[in-house]
Design a protein around this ligand. Structure first.
Ligand code: FE2
Ligand code: FE2
Length: 162
């Protein structure tokens, strides 16, 4: 892939994000299973459904760009999810594990927020309004999920872990 224009950069980033979202669809069921707090479990399950939608939106985004969907292994997501997986395997008090799962999940959400923020800004710069709006919907869902995780942590999970 030769990177000569901002549109090339956008395509490159979308290939990274397709890998990222695909990896996350495989990790979220394990996180839901590992969570004890029923609201946290439900939040992971809900975000799994949303994440499947994120993969679909990315596939649409490639179509809008007139490019074939391609995955380029996202090493950052791989690393973040590896940390998440080690928390799942850890022998820990269930409430403490929930607090750790929220921490791991929020690191992933923040990574996604950074990625979607970037591609939305690039799409806007390129005048690709439809693409910007499409990926903006995912950005909103990532931000809402992050806020929801904060609310769960502050609303009882952290106190239970204490
Ligand atoms: Fe996502
Ligand atoms: Fe997400």
């Amino acid at each position: 892939m030769s990177l000569n224009t901002l549109e090339d950069a956008l395509h490159e980033e979308l290939c990274d994000m397709l890998s990222s979202e695909t990896q996350i669809t495989k990790a979220l069921p394990k996180m839901a299973k590992a969570a004890t707090n029923p609201d946290l479990k439900a939040a992971f399950e809900e975000h799994l459904e949303q994440t499947e939608g994120h993969v679909e939106r990315l596939n649409k985004a490639f179509k809008l760009l007139g490019k074939k969907p391609e995955e380029k292994t996202c090493e950052a997501t791989k690393g973040l999810l590896k940390e998440g997986a080690s928390i799942i395997e850890e022998k820990a008090d269930p409430q403490v594990k929930d607090a750790l799962l929220i921490a791991a999940a929020q690191k992933v959400e923040h990574y996604e927020i950074a990625s979607y923020g970037t591609v939305c800004t690039w799409a806007e710069q390129l005048g690709l309004t439809e693409l910007k709006d499409l990926l903006g919907e995912t950005l909103d869902e990532e931000e809402t999920t992050d806020e929801k995780l904060t609310a769960l942590a502050e609303g009882g999970v952290n106190a239970d872990a204490e």
